[in-house]
Design a protein around this ligand. Structure first.
Ligand SMILES: Nc1nc2c(c(=O)[nH]1)N[C@H]1C(S)=C(S)[C@@H](COP(=O)(O)O)O[C@H]1N2
Ligand SMILES: [Mo]
Length: 525
């Protein structure tokens, strides 16, 4: 038997297309299977999550800085682009070596399976299924599709000739594409409706009136100057920083929180209802991310409702180190495998460290930790604000390093005093005359005592402070500047409630938060 090879350029191109179609089919089937397993077990999510965990801190910081909350979308698009390239290549390999090409597809499935099962939130070997089933289907399809491209023996070809072969391929490829699109869409829909119970449980939440309500925000805490941040950040514009590619949708009715560990004489397991029935307090607290650059956007202020964490810990028999307790670190674990470590001393020193159930008048949004998260005034989010919390373990800093600490961030990270100029914006062109310079300053739990502005290399001049809400919130300030023609640099610095002046020393965000002054360059016309 002798095979005839048609040497034209379209065959490699069609083989590459077969690779891409097989890759598409793999992802579509994986999506469908993940709907039966767990949405987070899908290969792109799993590989993306593994990539996030392995990204060097500097790169992660850069990504957060440049893509903001889009960093996750960019990552997923990147993964898809890499997959598409390999799929192209495998298709072309399969034209010469059909089995090798198909085996290559299986190898990709193995990568997805390993990533999915080794995620910290993995629920077991079933997490490998989306990748494995997707890859097996894709390997078979690639073998089959490329088979349509191989010339048949003259006897097989019979009277029909190469045109019939080409038609066969087009029909097969179209069928694969259509079936994949269908499977993928169905998987998407099923995955979207999986959060149904969680959504229903959130819709049913009615937060009781807090026993201790937050005092009304003083009139005058919010300046009426265009361009200044809203004093209370609406949930829809509250910054979001986390490692979750898929926002965890937790069903509050089955959610439990366990408190256990060193020095815990009475371990507790609490339901959402248990927390709702406890004494609730309401507080305004400003959250800040350690990845916030000087002048950056990762800071927001909200009105939280929650349970005082110190009371719960005391009930469990926990004592702070200063009172002889053996545990100096409280490790919070989330349903998605995040670990966040806070000093027990800080949590129990009288500040309003909360297990928060509510944010700005409603239950927590899913993206901000529904059903329960931690909030501790004065500590950066990565050492205090665990979202989707499910477990609290008392331990020591010596015994356990949390997620970010393993990635070279500091074990302890109180929020550094910062001031930000909200208006004028960088490179603005205001008119000569009085220009309102205004913004926010924060030094949570110490409060803001003073804000000063410097124009070019001039002296520091005191800005006017807006009313203070609490020591745990940011504070607005303004400065009427007599602007003169030409280019000017405006610089701001704050002094905290303890009288400590914000340092001019510029540091990076790693390892414990950026320091230095924010400045804005403007040209006065
Ligand atoms: N489960 C979980 N909780 C988390 C994180 C996370 O990645 N996963 N990120 C922390 C960080 S770094 C910050 S700054 C705050 C941000 O909270 P927000 O997204 O509600 O603003 O959440 C903290 N809690
Ligand atoms: Mo953060």
């Amino acid at each position: 038997m002798q095979t005839r090879r048609r040497r034209n350029m379209t065959r490699p191109a069609l083989a590459a297309l077969s690779g891409v179609l097989a890759g598409f089919a793999a992802l579509a089937v994986a999506e469908l299977v993940s709907a039966a397993v767990r949405p987070q077990a899908g290969p792109v999510i799993a590989v993306g999550g593994a990539a996030i965990d392995r990204t060097p801190p500097a790169v992660k910081d850069w990504a957060i800085r440049n893509f903001g909350t889009n960093d996750k979308l960019i990552l997923q698009l990147g993964i898809l682009a890499v997959l598409a390239l390999f799929a192209l290549a495998l298709g072309m390999v399969a034209l010469r070596f059909r089995r090798t090409g198909a085996a290559g597809v299986l190898l990709f499935g193995a990568v997805g399976a390993v990533a999915a099962t080794s995620r910290p939130d993995s629920t077991g070997p079933s997490d490998a299924l989306p990748s494995v089933v997707g890859a097996v289907v894709a390997a078979v399809l690639l073998y089959f599709l490329v088979g349509r491209l191989l010339p048949r023996t003259p006897s097989e070809q019979g009277a029909h000739g190469p045109d019939r072969d080409r038609r066969d391929f087009v029909i097969a490829a179209t069928a694969v594409a259509a079936a994949s699109a269908g499977a993928g869409a169905l998987g998407r829909t099923l995955n979207a409706s999986r959060g149904h119970n969680a959504v229903a449980s959130r819709d049913k939440v009615v937060l009781p009136a807090p026993a201790s309500a937050a005092p009304a925000v003083p009139r005058g805490a919010q300046l009426r100057i265009p361009g200044v941040s809203r004093f209370v950040t609406p949930n829809s514009s509250f910054y979001r920083v986390d490692t979750a590619l898929v926002v965890p949708k937790v069903d509050a009715t089955t959610w439990r929180l366990r408190i256990h560990g060193k020095g815990v004489t009475r371990p507790l397991t609490l339901s959402f209802g248990d927390l709702l029935r406890r004494e609730l307090i309401e507080r305004d607290i400003t959250l800040t991310c350690v990845s916030n650059e000087v002048g950056g956007p990762y800071v927001g202020n909200a009105r939280w409702i929650g349970v005082r964490l110190a009371d719960l810990l005391t009930e469990c028999g926990v004592a702070p180190p200063s009172k002889g307790g053996p545990a100096d670190q409280l490790v919070a674990r989330s349903v998605d495998g995040m670990t966040i470590g806070s000093p027990v001393e800080d949590v129990m020193d009288g500040r309003d460290a909360l297990l928060a159930l509510g944010m700005n008048g409603g239950p927590l949004p899913f993206a901000h930790g529904f059903p329960v998260r931690m909030v501790v005034p004065g500590l950066y989010g990565y050492v205090s604000a665990c979202k989707w919390i499910k477990d609290i373990e008392l331990t020591t800093f010596d015994a356990y390093d949390t997620y970010w600490v393993r990635r070279k961030w500091s074990r302890r990270a109180p929020i550094k005093t910062q001031a930000r100029i909200d208006t004028p914006k960088p490179f603005a062109r205001p008119q000569t005359g009085t220009v309102m310079v205004a913004g926010v300053a924060w030094a949570q739990h110490r409060g803001i005592g003073k804000v000063e502005i410097r124009v070019d290399d001039g002296p520091w001049q005191e800005a006017r402070l807006a009313a203070e809400d609490s020591r745990d919130t940011w504070r607005q300030w303004s400065f009427p500047w007599r602007a003169t023609k030409g280019g000017h640099t405006l610089t701001v610095r704050a002094t905290d409630g303890d009288g400590q002046v914000q340092t001019a020393l510029r540091t990076r965000t790693i390892p414990d938060g950026a320091s230095g002054h924010h400045s804005v360059v403007v040209t006065v016309d």
